[in-house]
Design a binder for this molecule. Structure first.
Ligand code: P6P
Length: 350
């Protein structure tokens, strides 16, 4: 019977083809099941009493390791993912945007070969205004012969990822996944409670007329970024010879999902607002998984100078500038940044 392909069937066929091992199939199924639980909580909103800011044990506002206000749903989503992955025997440890350090699997349970990283609810500032949010996840292999898993064992380049994905909680709940064999989308059939494949081998258009960036930061960008965006804004009368449209959801998962669906370029560049920060987005559980998904769909992902997946991480929560999406457009932006660097090599930046 050739009915719709469920996520389970997709993963079993991938395992049968030798693309993934049984424990990785189990891991992805467990993450998908956790995303279904998060989708239910997000979907209940005020009815579930889960909107608004989390409250710390001391009764004040709860702040995460990033120094950002935590929403109740940030905390709940993190707990759902940790609990779902604790007892299956497929994982060695988890790392999360919401936790300062990684969390090894409890001693009560068998330890597996994989490391799971996640942003449990990206874009959570949008929750209270009913805008799409999502879960982003990345899977690495745990190095062999490790007695006690620590943060340092997660510090692997994005090219080491064995799987990556996100689940966007919008009008539909859709899981987008890669295991290195293309990027595929699975929409939650709420009646069956199953993710069903709705897009196979997604391809991002190489060219685009749509960019996604928070323009309110424009005055803080470096000159190369100012120059690139001013050419987009100049439209058909300018050097690009075509008009561009802009979209900014302020929820990376929603912006990336649009780009996987119809093309575009998403940029969160370095800016002078906080010069010590290389960017806003986190390398390990935002940029790397999104970069793998985008590259597997024929797109490109750089930090403005070089390929994101090649970056050798130094800390678990390090940040990085992000340029990702339609390959030709990402190449234009990256080339302009590299040419600016070459032309101003040695000059001190103001
Ligand atoms: P800004 C959400 O907080 C997030 O990490 C990404 O999902 C999103 O792309 C970005 O930050 C939005 O940042 O500065 O526009 O609010």
């Amino acid at each position: 019977m050739s009915g719709p392909v469920s996520l389970t069937r997709h993963l079993i066929e991938a395992q049968r083809a030798g693309h993934i091992e049984p424990d990785l199939r189990l891991l992805i199924e467990v993450v998908a099941r956790a995303c279904k639980s998060i989708s239910v909580a997000v979907g209940r909103g005020a009815l579930g009493g889960v909107l608004g800011d989390a409250v710390s044990a001391a009764g004040g506002d709860s702040v995460n390791v990033q120094g950002e206000a935590q929403k109740k749903l940030d905390v709940l989503s993190n707990e759902i993912l940790l609990e779902a992955n604790a007892w299956g025997g497929h994982l060695a440890a988890c790392a999360s945007e919401e936790m300062e350090h990684c969390q090894p699997i409890p001693d009560a349970y068998p330890r597996g070969a994989y490391l799971l990283l996640f942003d449990p609810l990206d874009g959570s500032s949008n929750i209270d205004v009913n805008v799409s949010v999502g879960t982003i996840f990345s899977v690495l292999r745990c190095p062999e012969n490790v007695e006690t898993v620590g943060d340092e064992h997660f510090l692997q380049p994005g090219t080491a990822q064995v799987a990556a994905g996100y689940c966007v909680y919008g009008p539909q709940t859709t899981l987008v996944l890669t295991i290195g064999q293309g990027t595929h989308a699975f929409t939650l059939d709420r009646e069956q409670g199953a993710f069903v494949q709705t897009r196979s081998d997604i391809r991002i258009p190489g060219e685009t007329r749509e960019f996604a960036i928070n323009m309110s930061n424009q005055r803080h960008w470096e000159p190369a970024m100012q120059g690139y965006v001013s050419e987009l804004l100049a439209g058909r009368e300018g050097p690009r010879g075509k008009d561009f449209n802009m979209r900014w959801v302020a929820s990376m998962v929603a912006d990336v999902h649009r780009i996987l669906t119809r093309g575009g370029i998403f940029i969160y560049p370095w800016d002078r607002k906080d010069p010590g920060k290389p960017g806003k987005l986190r390398l390990m559980y935002e940029a790397n998984p999104m970069a793998m998904l985008v590259e597997q769909a024929g797109g490109a992902a750089t930090d403005g100078r070089g390929r994101i997946l090649d970056i050798a991480p130094t800390t678990l929560h390090q940040r990085v500038p992000v340029f990702l999406g339609s390959k030709a457009e990402v190449e234009v932006a990256t080339r302009q940044h590299c040419e600016h660097d070459a032309a101003h090599a040695g000059a001190t930046t103001a």
